[in-house]
Design a protein around this ligand. Structure first.
Ligand SMILES: C[S@@+](CC[C@H](N)C(=O)[O-])C[C@H]1O[C@@H](n2cnc3c(N)ncnc32)[C@H](O)[C@@H]1O
Length: 208
């Protein structure tokens, strides 16, 4: 919530509709927390979330979520069984398959990207420079990307693809990273070039 949903919704508070890429769905906490936070806001939301693990998605119908998601039970059931939920306020699409393939083939543009894949160490292909090139191309000019990763390699990959990098810190959560094509966000900017000069051995992950 603190690392992804709150800064992303604050950044897009003036928009009537937001389009979100949630990498990846997992148990769906980011998607559900977003819907919970937007309840009664009148804002429309479209969320696209790839997820490789079909068995996990099928099991979500029986997963015991925190009480605050009780009002989202119908959404959870629909996503688990049909992978889509549509209402007047929301359109949620769970894409069963590889996130890389989805981002290569979609022409949807996103206001918000939750970069919440497993760590760069365990899932490197969702953190490479080539991956962030594709992500950056799908971000609207004022989009925001949120991630828990504070690794310099990740920040270099973001920087290499035209994104400004910011430190996101606050009380009650570990520091995280925000990225945007906008260079004027109200967060402490990370001087990636300086960090690269100080750490010449660190480079962005690559596909190969
Ligand atoms: C850290 S979890 C995501 C947590 C999720 N954001 C949440 O709020 O519950 C990472 C998820 O990525 C999925 N995954 C791993 N590699 C993937 C890929 N290449 N494409 C799509 N999903 C992938 C895993 O199956 C796992 O469920």
């Amino acid at each position: 919530m603190c690392k992804h949903v709150l800064p992303a919704l604050k950044h897009t508070q003036d928009k009537d509709e937001v389009v979100i890429l949630d990498i990846c769905f997992g148990l769906g906490f980011n998607t559900l927390a977003t819907l919970h936070a937007l309840k009664y806001s009148g804002k429309k939301v479209r969320i696209y979330s790839p997820e490789l693990d079909e068995e996990l998605v099928c099991s979500l119908v029986n997963f015991v979520y925190p009480e605050e998601f009780d009002s989202l039970k119908q959404v959870i059931i629909a996503l688990s069984k049909e992978h889509v939920y549509v209402s007047k306020e929301m359109e949620i699409t769970l894409i069963l398959g590889d996130a890389r393939e989805f981002i290569r083939n979609t022409d949807v543009k996103f206001d918000i990207v939750y970069q919440d894949a497993f760590s760069p160490k365990s899932n490197p292909l969702l953190w490479t420079s080539e991956y962030f090139k594709d992500i950056s191309a799908l971000m609207t000019p004022d989009a925001i990307l949120t991630t828990y990763s504070i690794s310099l390699a990740t920040r270099i990959a973001l920087h290499e693809n035209g994104l400004h990098v910011y430190l996101h810190k606050g009380e009650g959560f570990r520091s995280a990273t925000i990225a945007s094509k906008l260079g004027c966000l109200a967060y402490e900017k990370v001087d990636v070039e300086h960090k690269m000069r100080c750490n010449p051995d660190v480079t962005a992950l690559k596909d190969t």
